[in-house]
Design a protein around this ligand. Structure first.
Ligand code: ZN
Length: 206
């Protein structure tokens, strides 16, 4: 296989990228300045070393902060509210909620949503890991789990699936499961919501 095909096949691995887009990326690189191509390949090569994954919330963070353990700054912060855990889909959702300044508890990044009618929901999200983290969090005084996923069909489906799965544990441990209130418009993803909307949605959670 020639290098164009080989690289196209690699780009096809990106989420949401089909063969035509992948091929367009390759032709872009062929026409781009050598310096751009060099920068890209260097950044990609070093990415995994420069970025760590938090062992608690699972988000990715810059390793230059150099923690003693594998905890991000939020999870390493003991002054946050241990009573509250916010479950979101992806890293960028965590960043927008954090930027809104309206939440002081801890987070868990689910890593995606569950497709409707999928026979194996658990392979799409970090559910088993969430369960194992909850055990410790309950001991540390967890009293509420807020499930804040996208207001899309798949997001709603995942939130419902998650709540059903967590219910027995929540009942047993006396934990409330809640959802952000209206305000986040239908079809919208958390990452596009502004700070005021997030603040209101969290305040009016139910
Ligand atoms: Zn963390």
């Amino acid at each position: 296989m020639d290098p164009i095909h080989q690289l196209t096949d690699l780009f096809k691995k990106f989420p949401g990228i089909g063969p035509r887009q992948a091929r367009r990326f390759v032709y872009y690189l062929l026409s781009a300045d050598q310096s751009i191509v060099d920068q890209m390949s260097e950044k990609i090569k070093n990415l995994k070393q420069a970025i760590k994954q938090c062992s608690e919330c699972q988000r990715y963070f810059n390793n230059s902060y150099n923690p003693k353990n594998n905890l991000c700054k939020i999870c390493a912060d003991n002054t946050r509210d241990k009573g509250s855990l916010l479950i979101i889909e992806k890293d960028i959702d965590l960043e927008v909620v954090e930027k809104s300044g309206s939440y002081k508890g801890y987070y868990f990044v689910l890593g995606g949503t569950v497709p409707i009618l999928d026979p194996n929901p658990e392979v799409h999200i970090r559910f088993p890991l969430l369960l194992s983290k909850l055990e410790n969090k309950i001991k540390e005084g967890l009293s509420e789990i807020i499930v804040a996923l996208s207001v899309t069909t798949e997001g709603d489906h995942t939130a419902h699936w998650l709540a059903t799965k967590l219910e027995p544990l929540a009942l047993q441990a006396g934990i409330k499961i809640s959802f952000p209130g209206r305000g986040l418009s239908t079809g919208s993803e958390l990452e596009y919501a502004d700070s005021e909307t997030i603040k209101n949605a969290l305040k009016n959670r139910q």
